[in-house]
Design a protein around this ligand. Structure first.
Ligand SMILES: [Zn+2]
Length: 62
């Protein structure tokens, strides 16, 4: 099993789609078995959502 640190690095850098099949399988399984990473992944997704909405609604203040 991959380490939490490795998994988080993949999520943060959005490398998952570029990994080999076997690593991608591990990246899929890891959050299912590790509740910390499951929470992290969800929070990271929510954070990205918030940031993209913020960018879209940013006032054009220059
Ligand atoms: Zn983990």
């Amino acid at each position: 099993m991959i380490r939490c640190k490795t998994f988080i690095q993949w999520v943060v850098t959005e490398q998952i789609n570029q990994l080999s099949i076997s690593k991608r399988v591990q990246a899929t399984i890891h959050p299912l078995m590790c509740y910390k990473c499951r929470t992290f992944k969800r929070n990271n997704k929510a954070l990205n959502q918030i940031l993209s909405e913020y960018d879209a609604n940013k006032p054009d203040a220059g």
